[in-house]
Design a binder for this molecule. Structure first.
Ligand code: BG6
Length: 527
């Protein structure tokens, strides 16, 4: 009997949409204030997202956008900045022409206030501008303040917003006009600072007014994870320790530290990617079915997962975590510098740009199932995926090669790029005799529905304007996530890494990674 073939046979999936999707709810008649309107986030993500929402007819006719930043700028210059940002953005579709008729409808609703975020006068001027806009429009539902400012001034900005009265505390979620505040990551630097920030936020606002944003939760496949798990009945019975061997969550990037050395040197990969994005993916994968698709029901279940994660013991840190830093290498055939050679990075830096954690979720569903989380910069490919690897059959009756090559079943949820879901399973190779090979049933969003039409920020901004906090992180979940990662960053701080840099840019990470997962009988996927 010959050995099984090893190349997975692709099995395309046909997709039939069976229902007409419900029309989307349009945003309230509100003012969106972008604090930090001159920054990268505003230009690359927020302005294009808002203009796309306008193009899709999802902004209220009484919507207004106010940019606030330190630079001197007229309203017209600000409009020009937003126009260029919308034209140059390539998320989700390639940069291109602006629909001028739609722009003409959008532009008059844009204005700019110059000011320093730490000065009371800025908030007085902003209050006047908001008052003028609101008194001129027939309907006024609320104000949304987006903190796209450096994290070091979150607290001060919140104190000013609240103290000046322009963002009042509103006790009931249904009260009008509402006031909401969006806070970007990083939310704190560790558990203590996150608690202090939560206390400051809690003094100023009720929890329902606060939208802690994690843009991963706006990604299509991340939201689909809930639908995949809970709108189908065949997966849930096997979604547990009896059938699952381990879970791998990968967020690999090809980009390096870019121009963010100042921030990244302090943060490192665990604070930058694990505390938020990867733990969010883990909690959506592991959570129990919520009783309703409502903000608190979903967030309760996610928080329970974070709290059930076994604390990583300092004495056994190497069993639970490994770290890496990229050296020079090549990506897409082009040479790239190592982390220590990047502009603004200390040439002797010990900051980790790659890490893998093995986390255990101590509850009935997941006891004994390791969750391997891995993320790094300058890796071989840009890919984010969640792979559920099932147990092998208890007994194999088919003949296999001396070195067994049957593969376990894997459900892989691809978050990006090529969003989709695949299921791999073994089949018989047609012909005489029994030979097995792997097949992969592959569902691709783009194949079924065409290219993506909106970005994660569009989803999330619209949710803020309609008051749906399901995809935002509650104060208790932020703190629970810091509780998971703090022991790791503390242990790393106390012990210098010995072999940095330990992976070449363009590779899949340090060599020790293979042994780390092999201890549990696994091997890393190279999606
Ligand atoms: C951000 C991190 O939150 O997420 C960045 O600060 C990272 O370092 C980015 O590059 C990744 O986001 P995406 O959507 O490109 O996967």
């Amino acid at each position: 009997m010959s050995a099984p073939a090893t190349v997975p046979v692709p099995v395309p999936v046909r997709c039939e949409t069976t229902a007409t999707p419900q029309p989307l709810k349009r945003g309230d008649a509100c003012s969106v204030v972008i604090m930090g309107a001159g920054g990268d986030l505003a230009k690359r993500k927020l302005f294009p997202a808002l203009f796309h929402l306008e193009c899709d007819g999802l902004l209220h006719p009484d919507f207004a956008l106010i940019g606030v930043a330190r630079a001197a700028m007229t309203d017209d210059a600000f409009r020009q900045l937003v126009y260029q940002s919308a034209r140059d953005a390539d998320d989700p579709s390639p940069a291109g022409e602006i629909d001028e008729a739609k722009w003409a409808r959008f532009a008059p609703r844009l204005s700019y206030v110059r000011g320093d975020f730490t000065a009371g006068g800025t908030y007085a001027a902003l209050g006047e501008r908001l008052g003028a806009i609101e008194s001129a429009r027939p309907r006024n539902d609320g104000r949304l303040f987006y903190l796209a400012v450096p994290p070091g001034i979150y607290r001060e900005t919140i104190d000013h917003l609240s103290g000046s009265g322009i963002a009042p505390r509103v006790s009931q979620p249904s009260a009008r006009p509402w006031a909401r505040v969006v806070i970007e990551k990083p939310f704190g630097h560790d558990l203590e600072s996150a608690k202090a920030l939560n206390r400051a936020v809690g003094r100023a606002f009720a929890e329902h007014q606060v939208y802690r944003i994690d843009h991963y939760l706006g990604k299509e496949t991340v939201q689909n994870l809930m639908v995949f798990r809970f709108a189908n009945s065949i997966f849930e019975p096997v979604w547990n320790r009896h059938h699952i061997h381990h879970v791998q969550i990968t967020a690999a990037e090809t980009v390096g530290v870019e121009h963010r050395a100042g921030y990244y040197e302090e943060a490192g990969v665990v604070r930058d990617m694990f505390q938020n994005h990867l733990l969010q993916l883990l909690s959506l994968t592991a959570m129990e079915p919520p009783v309703a698709f409502q903000a608190d029901a979903v967030r309760d279940e996610k928080t329970k997962v974070m709290r059930a994660i076994r604390p990583v013991p300092a004495a056994k840190m190497h069993d639970y975590s490994i770290r890496g830093q990229y050296g020079p290498g090549s990506i897409g055939g082009e040479g790239v510098p190592g982390y220590r050679q990047e502009p603004g990075v200390d040439p002797g830096s010990d900051t980790a740009t790659w890490a893998a954690l093995r986390l255990l979720v101590d509850n009935w569903r997941w006891q004994g199932v390791p969750f391997f989380l891995r993320s790094g910069k300058r890796m071989a490919r840009r890919v984010t995926e969640i792979a559920i690897q099932f147990r092998e059959p208890p007994q194999l009756m088919f003949p296999v090669a001396p070195v067994k090559t049957l593969r376990p079943n894997v459900i892989a949820i691809r978050v990006q790029p090529e969003e989709g879901i695949s299921l791999s399973f073994d089949i018989k190779v047609p012909g005489i005799g029994v030979r097995t090979t792997a097949a992969q049933m592959d569902f691709r969003y783009a194949g079924a529905f065409g290219p993506a039409t909106h970005s994660a920020y569009e989803t999330l901004l619209l949710d803020c304007m309609t008051g749906d906090a399901t995809l935002f992180t509650r104060s208790d979940a932020v703190e629970a996530a810091w509780e998971v990662v703090d022991p790791v960053t503390a242990a790393w701080r106390d012990k210098d890494p010995e072999h940095f840099p330990n992976y070449a840019a363009g590779s899949w990470g340090p060599e020790i990674a293979d042994e780390f997962i092999a201890r549990e009988g696994g091997s890393w996927r190279q999606p």
